[in-house]
Design a binder for this molecule. Structure first.
Ligand code: BGC
Length: 468
């Protein structure tokens, strides 16, 4: 079912697995700070040690090899490389660490996909306004150039920013992710805008300075649920579903893939609400100016993080000044969908196929990599995690159908995650790994779950069967 050369991967992120939070000159990130604030994270835990991949990388590599992955998606810790966020101060130990990881992967025939930013902004930059400050785009641009220059001879797949939606909303609207700001209806849009600028700067640098020599591809990872109207024939629910898609997937995909601007539905809704609320300014949604780098066309492929689906019904206009108020929709879980360990993750494998078809039709048949997809376990540890195994089997089957029957150009699939790790505000209470990590044991031993073994079987079967 899968074309030859299909990328079979698993993904991780620096803050979630590396530990070594102060090792060898690393600077603090906003997650280091956030975890120190009581009440922010489950049991006030942090990822100061986590899986200690900073010291135990070779064990991770064994896990990667045991699965038979062709690709491994990792993220670079910006403050490990540049402790104050700027290229004026490079931490050579950090460079050495990632050089070793990348060299080891290449030596084993595994291609790295590297994310530049996965939620862990250098605290020093947060102190200057973080993602709220327009200056961040140029700073990110320099960081990106530094990474292309340093690692781009071996890295051919780049992600600039992971899930700008989650960073903007959870970090700056809801305040449940670092930096913990709760500034509803304003800051998230500003942050999203600056992230798009930062991404565009990085893409343009790659395009003009490195592409010819390095020959890689670069994109940003966009997360989206699959959404359907709760009452299929109801015009209000259909409109609400379109609105919700515009505010999530469209917010970042529309400017990059379609028009260079936000989706019209989003623009209209926020402009109208801003006016009604006598907002001090034109609109709470920023506008793209001619002075800013062009955002349209700044993705060489569509990087999609998919976890779950939702039914959507029209809201009742009571959200006030907030993203929720602007969208005015209610999200509903279909009672027939099984729930994984976490309440937000309903198991809907066919939602991924639907979403892939939607992406093909809406964004002009792009090359797609599924850069994350996974299943959470909580509570009693189950090494025989049959439900997760079935989740992967069924979801991968849907990807196969999207390729074969819907002709979506999917080039790779990355399971989230290689290892149990620090699941942000839920810390270690939620486990997404294909390998169990024993956090109570000082060795932090890694043991493959049943789902890991089954994923390895899927990979080995499909690697051999792949045709061009
Ligand atoms: C993030 C991961 C996270 C996963 C599961 C994605 O939003 O990129 O860092 O662990 O979802 O919640």
């Amino acid at each position: 079912m899968f074309p030859r050369g299909f990328a079979w991967g698993a993904a991780t992120a620096a803050y979630q697995i590396e530990g070594g939070w102060q090792a060898d000159g690393k600077g603090a990130s906003i997650w280091d700070t956030f975890c120190q604030e009581p009440g922010r994270v489950f049991r006030d835990q942090s990822a100061s040690v986590s899986c200690n991949s900073y010291e135990l990388w070779e064990e991770d590599l064994q896990c990667i090899q045991q699965l038979g992955l062709t690709h491994y998606r990792l993220s670079l810790s910006w403050p490990r490389l540049l402790p104050d966020g700027t290229t004026q101060n490079v931490n050579q130990k950090g460079v050495q660490y990632y050089n070793k990881v990348i060299d080891d992967l290449c030596a084993c025939g595994i291609s790295p996909m590297v994310t530049l930013y996965h939620f862990d902004l250098p605290q020093a930059l947060q102190d200057q306004g973080g993602w709220k400050s327009p200056a961040i785009a140029a700073t990110f641009g320099s960081y990106a150039r530094f990474c292309f220059q340093t690692f781009g001879d071996r890295v051919k797949l780049w992600i600039t920013i992971n899930e700008p939606y989650i960073c903007s909303k959870l970090g700056h609207e809801d305040g449940i992710h670092a930096p913990g700001l709760q500034e509803p209806g304003t800051t998230a849009y500003l942050v999203g805008h600056n992230m798009l600028q930062a991404h565009a700067m990085a893409w343009h640098s790659y395009n003009t300075l490195y592409r010819a020599e390095q020959g890689g591809m670069i994109s940003l990872a966009i997360n989206s649920d699959w959404l359907e109207p709760l009452r299929p024939g109801c015009t209000e629910d259909i409109a609400a579903t379109e609105r919700c898609l515009a505010f999530t997937l469209g917010w970042f995909a529309w400017p990059v893939f379609v028009t260079g601007d936000y989706p019209e539905i989003m623009r209209r809704a926020i402009d109208a609400q801003s006016k009604k609320q006598a907002y001090d300014g034109d609109s709470r949604l920023p506008t793209f100016s001619k002075e800013e780098p062009a955002v349209l066309g700044t993705a060489d492929f569509f990087a999609l993080n998919y976890y779950t689906s939702r039914k959507i019904r029209a809201g009742c206009g009571t959200g006030g000044i907030s993203m929720k108020g602007d969208q005015d929709v209610e999200e509903v879980l279909d009672p027939s969908w099984p729930i994984s360990g976490v309440s937000w993750l309903a198991v809907v494998p066919c939602g991924l196929r639907n979403l892939l078809r939607y992406i093909k039709n809406t964004f002009n048949s792009p090359v797609v990599y599924i850069t994350e997809n996974g299943f959470a376990q909580v509570g009693k540890l189950q090494m025989e995690d049959v439900q997760r195994s079935e989740f992967y089997r069924d979801t991968i089957q849907e990807v196969g159908k999207a390729i074969q029957e819907d002709r979506v150009d999917v080039r790779g699939y990355f399971a989230w995650s290689l290892l149990d790790n620090f699941e942000w505000a839920d810390s270690y209470s939620v486990r997404f790994g294909l390998f169990h990590v024993d956090f109570a044991d000082t060795k932090l031993s890694r043991t493959i779950y049943r789902s890991g073994k089954d994923y390895a079987k899927i990979i080995s079967k499909n690697k051999c069967m792949g045709k061009t």
